[in-house]
Design a protein. Structure first.
Length: 102
């Protein structure tokens, strides 16, 4: 799965840093990091047919970004497919609360 992040209201520095963090989070299989078993996403839904995979994987993306990257909030996730069957998730991000309780 490839990812395309679309940032709304972020500085260039924030965009670069958050892109690195999200790329790491979304490319780690959940459960593979000792002492941080919730980090990463479950790859189980990637073998499903596209409509089911899209729903399950989008939900997983939203939950993990909410949990591990409080600087961003997901406003939309959409999927596109390449000729070779590769999938691309386009993720639209808005500023999150930064983990600060309000």
């Amino acid at each position: 799965m490839d990812f395309h992040f679309i940032f709304d209201g972020f500085s260039q520095e924030e965009t670069e840093d958050i892109t690195k963090c999200l790329t790491n989070i979304l490319n780690i299989p959940e459960g593979s990091i000792p002492l941080a078993r919730r980090l990463g996403v479950s790859w189980g839904s990637l073998s499903q047919v596209p409509p089911d995979m899209e729903n399950d994987y989008a939900t997983e993306i939203i939950e993990k970004i909410e949990e591990f990257e409080p600087r961003a909030s997901v406003s939309d996730v959409s999927f596109s497919y390449g000729d070779g069957g590769t999938a691309m998730a386009s993720i639209v991000l808005e500023k999150g609360d930064g983990g600060i309780a309000g």
